[in-house]
Each structure stands twice: as structure tokens, then as C-alpha cells.
Design a protein around this ligand. Structure first.
Ligand SMILES: CC(C)(COP(=O)(O)OP(=O)(O)OC[C@H]1O[C@@H](n2cnc3c(N)ncnc32)[C@H](O)[C@@H]1OP(=O)(O)O)[C@@H](O)C(=O)NCCC(=O)NCCS
Length: 224
């Protein structure tokens, strides 16, 4: 049976990227975009309607449509999480996108609302939680676990047996040693070399990476 068409929640750059990837590299059709009424800029985007979120369930009901929340790392990934929870509360099933050009070993586990772009390598026994973005070209080493709501940018090397804590952001070209655990709510700077496990709510940068005095939640203007 064919997969249900999708509504994409969001209307920014990540939503436009998601529309491209789902439309041209999946068996999903993209029916529409949805966003809070106050954020609607144009009535259509890529020839598809942009509708207000409070109209979504009427116009594109969850019994005939699935959803994908295409929002970035705002507030250390909490904005995306809030929309995921709201869509689920309305009865939507959340799709994941995994590029046909990603390498995903047969026993890798991937949750819902994940966005896994080209040239990611997911080695045997890796686990990816829900609502995780892996932008292009990351290496996720064997047995590593990526917890829910993580946003990993590009060309990150995660060695084997690592764990990336929930809601963390990992910047471009970061490198993690074998068996390192990244605490929840971390912000790992671009090019950081993580040689040892990190504490929750920290910003780490440099080689070897050091913790900054400001908290990651404060830096990312998190509102709980
Ligand atoms: C770590 C980071 C958050 C710091 O941001 P910031 O506080 O605004 O940075 P600033 O430019 O004010 O620099 C503060 C200091 O940290 C240094 N610094 C900044 N980024 C650094 C990095 N990635 N590694 C090492 N040092 C860094 C600066 O040189 C500066 O040092 P100084 O005080 O001795 O002059 C940011 O540089 C970063 O890495 N962002 C992630 C980018 C990324 O990967 N984006 C992906 C998009 S999908």
C-alpha cells in the first residue's frame, strides 16, 4: 500500500529542503505546508498550499495524511519538539526521511520525524532516537546512540560506542573519541575535538574541547 501524502509543518528553509527531499527521493507526495497563521508569508510555497496550523486537521486530516515537522535547532531543538508533540496530539503519524544516498546498515534503528541526509554513514548497531536531524556527511560509528531531539550538522565524526544526549546540537566538523558521552542539552562548537565525556547544558569548543562558562540553554535562549 502506498504511503500517505505528507503535510510539512514549517515554511522556512528546512521546510523547503524537506519538500525537495521527500518529493524527489521518497515514495511520499507533499500535499501542503502548515504553520501558525501569524507566520504565513505567502499562500503557496513550491506550488503547494500554506495553511494555518489550526486549519490543518480539517483540510488535511490525520486519517489520510502523515506529517513531518521541518524546523531547525531553535531553543536547542525544543521548538521542533513542541510541534512534534502537537502534531501527535492531533493524531498525525510522523514520517522520517532517510536519503537513498545514506549508508544505513541493516540493523540500525531510526525513530520518527528524523531527517537523515545524503552521505551519512550509520554503522551496525547504531540507534537514532525520535526527531533527530543528521545533516549531510556524518559518520556514526558502530554501537553509538543518538538520543531524541538531537541536531547534528555536517561532517561530524562520532566514533564507536558513543552517546549523544537529548536535545544537543553538534556543529560542523566536530570529532568525538571512542566511547564518549555527550551530556543532554550540549552545544558542541564547530571543529570541537571531544576527548572526554561532557556535562549536561554545556558549550564545548576548541581542540581539545573546553567548557565555556555560559550555559548552552542560556546561549540558545531556551524557554521551558
Ligand atoms: C562555538 C560557537 C557557538 C561560539 O559562538 P560565539 O560565542 O558567538 O562566538 P564568538 O565569535 O563570540 O567567539 C567567542 C570566542 O570563542 C572563539 N570561538 C568561537 N567559535 C569557536 C570554535 N568553534 N572553536 C574554537 N573557538 C571558537 C572565538 O575565537 C572567540 O575567542 P576570543 O574570546 O578568544 O576572541 C560558534 O562558533 C559555533 O561553533 N557555532 C556552530 C556553527 C555550526 O556548526 N553551524 C552549523 C550550521 S547547520
Amino acid at each position: 500500500m502506498a504511503e500517505k501524502p505528507l503535510v510539512i509543518i514549517g515554511n522556512g528553509e528546512i521546510a523547503e529542503m524537506a519538500c525537495e527531499y521527500f518529493a524527489y527521493d521518497s515514495d511520499r507526495a507533499v500535499a501542503a505546508f502548515a504553520i501558525g497563521a501569524e507566520y504565513i508569508k505567502d499562500a503557496t510555497l513550491h506550488e503547494r498550499p500554506v495553511v494555518a496550523l489550526d486549519q490543518l486537521a480539517t483540510l488535511y486530516p490525520p486519517d489520510s495524511h502523515d506529517a513531518f515537522v521541518a524546523i531547525g535547532d531553535g531553543q536547542l531543538n525544543r521548538l521542533r519538539r513542541r510541534h512534534v508533540d502537537a502534531a501527535k496530539a492531533q493524531g498525525y503519524r510522523l514520517a522520517s526521511y532517510v536519503s537513498s544516498r545514506a549508508f544505513v546498515w541493516r540493523n540500525v534503528e531510526i525513530g520518527e520525524n528524523c531527517f537523515i541526509l545524503e552521505h551519512n554513514v550509520l554503522q551496525p548497531f547504531t540507534q537514532v532516537g525520535d526527531n533527530v536531524t543528521l545533516w549531510s556527511g556524518n559518520h556514526i560509528g558502530h554501537r553509538s546512540v543518538i538520543e531524541d531531539d538531537v541536531f547534528m550538522s555536517s561532517h561530524v565524526v562520532v566514533s564507536g560506542f558513543c552517546r549523544i544526549g537529548a536535545r544537543s546540537f553538534v556543529g560542523v566538523n566536530a570529532a568525538l573519541a571512542h566511547q564518549v558521552q555527550i551530556g543532554a542539552d550540549n552545544f558542541i562548537g564547530m571543529g570541537a575535538v571531544i576527548t572526554a565525556s561532557t556535562e549536561p547544558d554545556g558549550i564545548y569548543q576548541g581542540n581539545p574541547a573546553e567548557r565555556r562558562t555560559i550555559s548552552a540553554k542560556r546561549f540558545c535562549r531556551v524557554r521551558e
